[in-house]
Design a protein around this ligand. Structure first.
Ligand code: 2P0
Length: 329
């Protein structure tokens, strides 16, 4: 029998960086993607969330980085809690306390770690004892990229065709080869277009969308092979190509837009310059101007110093492969 936890439950989930990107939904409600995606979970950036369902609450309370969120700001969290309540057959409201652990106010915190941690804490607090596959399905309902943050190391999100079949699975949770990511914090001043809106525009208006699906499925297979063979060059090259193919969708949407800013372009050129100098490294970018550089651990310090001289000390963060979700009892 399901029993609501009589004490707060805390979950910790790390964010992830997609090497083969998710960009577009088949089903906006259930968050079923148009393609398989593949990521590396990162150890430095994570969210810690505590949830308790309490009979005395008359509404959900959401406290984010020590501030109580308004009704509108907490809408996505409350909708997610409604889904958890429905699964568990309960109707108590919840107190949710969540904190993002990111080295600086960097714009690197993501809905991936946020909804993965919320799925873990809320489901256990509601008395649901989900296995990791079902946790990833639940996290998916909050945010697509959260599906992959249930697992550590390299994880894939299989597209599936419905709620039951769209989930993440581990590829290599503890890679024995030393992969590092150097993250450049290049904050946007202009208001950004959310991933949700951006990918919808791509599906509906980019004439390149079907080519993207075809290319990303091939990239997915290639990156999987590269992980199996510990082939860093193949992994890096394919990930960089895949990122630019995704960004070509923003440029070819109507209205067109881009997540690049001037610093992003400078950073991408600097990565190419490093390659010319014989350092094997590759860039990727998501729905914002920050550039993430995929490299081997042995080169991370040198790459960090190179970028710090242009972008400043606090703007360059080094991280490695992180672990999957952990949930208190
Ligand atoms: C990814 N991104 O695979 C891609 C690459 C950003 C660029 O998943 O609408 O916040 O909540 O499912 O997961 C970011 O989009 O979007 C994302 P929703 P999400 O990591």
């Amino acid at each position: 029998m399901m029993v609501i936890a009589d004490h707060p439950i805390t979950a910790k989930a790390h964010t992830n960086i997609a090497l083969v990107k998710y960009w577009g939904k088949l089903d906006n409600q259930l968050i079923i993607p148009q393609n398989d995606s593949l990521s590396l979970t990162l150890d430095e950036f994570y969210t810690q969330t505590t949830v308790q369902f309490l009979p005395e609450l008359s509404a959900d309370e959401v406290i984010f980085d020590n501030e109580r969120l308004s009704e509108s700001a907490s809408k996505r969290v409350r909708t997610f809690l409604d889904h958890v309540r429905q699964l568990a057959g309960i109707n108590f409201h919840a107190r949710v306390i969540t904190k993002n652990f990111v080295p600086t106010a960097a714009g690197l915190a993501s809905s991936a770690s946020g909804f993965a941690a919320l799925a873990g804490a809320a489901s256990r607090a509601a008395g649901l004892n989900l296995n990791r596959r079902d946790l990833s399905r639940l996290a998916r309902r909050g945010s697509g990229s959260a599906t992959r943050s249930i697992f550590g190391g390299f994880a894939a999100w299989q597209q599936g065709q419905d709620d039951a079949t769209s989930y993440a699975y581990p590829i290599d949770e503890q890679p024995t080869w030393d992969i590092a990511v150097v993250a450049l914090v290049l904050n946007a001043k202009q208001k950004k277009i959310s991933s949700r809106v951006g990918m919808r525009l791509a599906v509906e208006t980019s004439p390149f969308y079907s080519a993207w699906i075809k290319a990303s499925q091939a990239d997915f297979e290639t990156v999987k092979t590269a992980i199996q063979n510990e082939d860093f060059e193949l992994l890096g090259h394919t990930s960089e190509q895949n990122a630019m193919r995704m960004h070509a969708l923003t440029l070819s949407s109507d209205p067109n837009f881009t997540y690049f800013n001037a610093d992003s372009i400078q950073a991408m050129n600097m990565v190419k310059e490093l390659r010319l100098q014989g350092i094997s490294c590759y860039f990727t970018m998501d729905a914002g101007p920050n550039v993430k550089i995929i490299c081997q651990g042995a080169d991370a310090e040198r790459i960090r110093c190179y970028f710090q001289s242009s972008f400043g000390q606090d703007q360059v963060l080094v991280t490695r492969s992180g672990t999957g979700i952990s949930i208190s009892n």
